[in-house]
Design a protein around this ligand. Structure first.
Ligand code: TIU
Length: 220
């Protein structure tokens, strides 16, 4: 077992049963002109974690541990996008509308792609998901079972939406979850802090959190 100094108490994982899940590091969330900005958010906040996510990817790649990337998005005909999702609120552009990075949150459009700093490499899984959680309507559960994974390390955006939803889905499926604090971000500083507090409250009710440096120290 490898033990990481984490909150609310140390996180131990078997190195042959751990995988990294990087949630939705897409141009649509991180760059101006995409889905995140259409919802009224300042996307610049999210760019601060690019070195953290890259550093975390390096830890997993150097050790040969599985890496899974997710992308939130929909088919070009929107058949997998519930009207309730597309019509909610008053965004400047709706899902499927043409924007500066192509059609918003649609498979294959420039905005749907993962940012260069976190781009998948050969052998890594890329999961396309229509929802906020990465288990809903995807092959993620099957992939993890095939690899014999029991422990999941999480990164990506946004902390309280797709990251927290996926961690809760994973927790209910029996996975032990660690969120890397400087490899996740929200459009709202207070929501990131609250989500991390909720995850580790009540004796790690959803999982653990730790800075990247603590994981790096544990694996060297
Ligand atoms: N809006 C927001 O904070 N997030 C999302 O819509 N998706 C993800 O978190 N990926």
């Amino acid at each position: 077992m490898i033990t990481v100094d984490a909150a609310p108490f140390p996180y131990a994982f078997p190195p042959d049963r751990v995988a990294l899940i990087v949630i939705d590091m897409q141009r649509d969330f991180v760059e101006p002109g995409g889905f995140g900005e259409t919802l009224g958010n300042d996307v610049a906040r999210l760019q601060a974690i690019l070195p953290g996510v890259a550093g975390l990817l390096k830890v997993f790649r150097d050790n040969g541990w599985p890496v899974i990337h997710t992308r939130e998005g929909h088919r070009p005909d929107l058949s997998d996008c519930p009207p309730a999702k597309r019509l909610r609120g008053e965004p400047t552009l709706r899902i499927g509308d043409a924007g500066p990075m192509g059609r918003v949150l649609i498979h294959g459009e420039p905005g749907h792609g993962i940012v260069e700093e976190c781009a998948p490499v050969d052998g890594e899984h890329v999961i396309d998901k229509p929802g906020k959680g990465a288990f809903y309507a995807t092959e993620l559960g099957d992939i993890l079972a095939r690899h014999g994974i029991t422990h999941l390390v999480f990164a990506g955006v946004t902390t309280e939406v797709c990251v927290q939803t996926t961690m809760r889905e994973a927790n209910d499926r029996g996975f032990e979850n660690l969120l890397i604090e400087d490899a996740t971000e929200s459009y709202f500083a207070e929501f990131k802090a609250a989500a991390m507090a909720m995850i580790r409250a009540q004796g790690a009710i959803v999982g653990w959190t730790a800075p990247l440096a603590n994981l790096q120290a544990a694996v060297t």
